[in-house]
Design a protein around this ligand. Structure first.
Ligand code: ADP
Length: 504
């Protein structure tokens, strides 16, 4: 159903009409068609020609209509009506609100902005379809008029059965008002049925009841209602609750949409990174290959040999970084396939640590491992390659960020379902104010470690890999004292693919 852009404003003063018209046109985010009338007679003529108005804005008393006759008229046609009053007191407020108008404002400098804001709201209201489920004709007609006058779209059902059918066939209903007592099924039974069709994030339900039974509000909310109101219902309160519920659902929808868009953008970024890294590897391998060949050339002087060494070293570092980017983007795009196998954890740890014995010796770092015994030969089912990759990263960091003469201890512990591998170092530790960034890609947390090579991707990859193995990576660290990284993974890897959500 399309919404009308036409707004009729009525006032005895042409100057006021003009200012209000300009303000509405300037403030509204859509192009309204504003028609003005300086008298009751002129306004009635416009109403006779068409009933299709987004809103009528008028003074309560007009020359020739001193008792609010024009307002009564517009409301009979269910045209949303905003009333401007020259004076405002409690009895005027009561009188105006009891008429079912959208709202009223005193005629002062603020009213232009207020009116424009309300018109935006009316335009918005029209997007919302509200279903009233009640077998009382009096309540249905009261609620229908109230909502139509606020420009909502309204549907009515008199029984639970027809409500369920309507919700099945009309999937764009945005809110439901449900009476507790219904002829075929009471509200507390109907609401759980509705929840099977639509969850609370997409369909707020406001339950209403004329019976103030004990705990009725709690019971209805427990059954799945989002809110509860006791009859007789105060117009303003009902409208405010409807507005709040709809606002909340709209915010949830908008943030869900933003989350999905960010996920799509993230996937696109990961794919791009993956392609670029692939393309970069080919020329880089050529540089590495040819520099390797040149190394064997006996005619190089020492400067040339030094330069070649630099080329070789830098190319290796670059290749390592490219491989890490490729790895992370492949994990993010769900391209990493796990290959589970039986793993002897102790064996894997010894094998991995032995790769670092030379570098640890050079840096005078003592490596300590659990003694191999039958008790430590834990056999688990996981992806051995990926577990090894995680350990390589953690051990490498434990050496890189250690102090000369430091220690690196690796230990394991198990419970019924999980195994935990701890990599503990006596190194620099992690600055507490930067701990939050530890697993963020490209974060390097130490300022004075320019000489330590790294890309800031290793731990992001580790965390993703541990999660792929259905496990958890934790850290405990004290700056200046050292860090312990703990990898806890299940002994039996669940074959279901598990893709963590990750954003660079
Ligand atoms: P990289 O080592 O390539 O910089 P990582 O993702 O492995 O990347 O680590 C990110 C940052 O976390 C490092 O730059 C370092 O500042 C800090 N860090 C990682 N491991 C340790 C550790 N064992 N001790 C102290 N700091 C560490």
């Amino acid at each position: 159903m399309s919404f009308s852009r036409r707004i009729l404003i009525v006032d005895n003063s042409p100057i006021f009409l003009n200012i209000l018209k300009e303000a509405i046109i300037a403030e509204c985010n859509f192009l309204p068609e504003v028609v003005t009338a300086v008298s009751h007679q002129q306004a009635c003529k416009h109403l006779k020609e068409s009933k299709d108005w987004l809103a009528v804005i008028s003074g309560y008393e007009l020359a020739g209509a001193p008792q609010g006759e024009f307002i009564t008229n517009t409301l009979e046609y269910n045209i949303p009506t905003i009333v401007l009053t020259s004076s405002l007191n409690a009895s005027d407020r009561e009188k105006a609100l009891s008429l079912n108008i959208v709202d009223y404002f005193p005629k002062d400098v603020n009213c232009f902005e207020d009116v424009a804001r309300l018109i935006e709201q009316l335009k918005d209201n029209h997007k919302h379809k509200i279903l009233i489920v009640d077998d009382s004709p009096a309540f249905c007609s009261f609620a229908e008029r109230l909502l139509l006058n606020q420009n909502y779209q309204v549907l009515i059902c008199n029984s639970s059965e027809s409500a369920l059918q309507t919700l099945k066939s009309t999937t764009d209903i945005n809110l439901t008002l449900i009476d507790y007592i219904l002829p075929d099924m009471d509200g507390s039974k109907l609401i759980p049925q509705i929840r099977k069709l639509r969850n609370a994030d997409s369909l707020p339900i406001i339950a209403v009841s004329a019976f103030n039974e004990k705990n009725i509000a709690a019971r209805m909310i427990k059954a799945g209602a989002s809110d509860f109101l006791l009859k007789p219902i105060n117009h303003e309160e009902l409208l405010m609750r409807i507005r709040n519920s709809l606002k909340l659902v709209t915010q949830i929808r908008v943030s869900e949409q933003a989350r999905k868009e960010a996920e799509i953008a993230n996937q696109a970024k990961s794919q791009l990174l993956s392609r670029i890294s692939h393309e970069l590897r080919t020329p880089l391998n050529a540089i590495l290959g040819f520099s390797q060949l040149l190394k064997g050339d006996g005619n190089l002087d020492s400067d040339q040999a030094d330069a070649l060494h630099e080329i070789n070293h830098a190319s290796h570092h670059l290749l390592h970084m490219i491989n890490e980017v490729l790895d992370l983007s492949q994990i993010e795009t769900g391209k990493v396939k796990l290959h589970p196998g039986i793993v002897n954890v102790s064996c894997l740890i010894h094998e991995t640590v032995s790769m670092f014995s030379t570098i640890a010796n050079q840096k005078n770092i003592k490596l300590e491992l659990p003694e191999r015994s039958e008790a430590t030969e834990e056999m688990i089912t996981t992806d051995p390659q990926r577990l090894k990759q995680i350990l390589i990263n953690l051990i490498n960091n434990g050496i890189k960020y250690n102090k000369p003469g430091g220690m690196l201890l690796i230990s394991t512990s198990t419970d019924e379902h999980n195994i935990t591998i701890r990599v503990k170092d006596t190194g620099l530790g992690i600055p507490s104010d930067k701990a939050d960034m530890l697993f963020q890609p490209f974060s390097r947390l130490h300022e004075r470690t320019h000489d330590i090579e790294g890309s800031g991707l290793g731990l992001a990859i580790c965390k993703n890999l541990v999660e792929l193995l259905n496990g958890e990576l934790k850290v405990n660290s004290t700056e200046g004292v050292g860090s312990t990284f703990s990898v806890t993974i299940p002994k039996e890897l669940d074959p279901k693919p598990h893709q963590p959500e990750y954003f660079i």
